[in-house]
Design a protein around this ligand. Sequence first.
Ligand code: GDP
Ligand code: MG
Length: 163
Amino acid sequence: MTATVAIIGRPNVGKSTLFNRLVGKRLALVDDTPGVTRDRRSGDARLGDLRFKIVDTAGLEEAEAASLEGRMRAQTEEAIRDADACLFLIDARAGLMPLDEHFANLLRRADTPVILCANKAEGKAGDGGLYDSFTLGLGDPVPLSAEHGEGLSDLYDFLRPIV
Ligand code: GDP
Ligand code: MG
């Protein structure tokens, strides 16, 4: 059976960029399901010889501010429950923010394995956020650059035992 990997994190950390990179040309197969799951997008991911289903928890940027946290919590908890592994993205350039802690709390309470990814880690501007992310208590961060395609071989090493 194909494993499911969910990309979790606050808006703007680079979830959709990572999703697009892992799905690549198979983006045409992306399933935009309307209705209750409209905040989730899934596609067929490829990383080296690994094949898995990837879920982008998307669309939150357009949510009404008042209901943003509630919607994020509900859809994120569901995505975490349904996944075999979670990629928890933080923005290494921006550093840790209160919303990152909010997602970290959800993930710590879940049974799903978590791979902590410090995205936007290209260059030196991400070093501070990368080191800060050790304090989340979710294991060693994988430095990633979804935009530049860096760190994917480390991500492969973390995903390989799971998917
Ligand atoms: P999402 O809201 O978590 O889905 O984030 P997006 O994928 O929409 O990305 C938010 C912004 O971060 C966009 O402007 C991206 O181009 C940028 N971004 C994504 N990945 C990287 C990265 O690895 N490095 C840098 N510098 N910017 C990135
Ligand atoms: Mg997005």
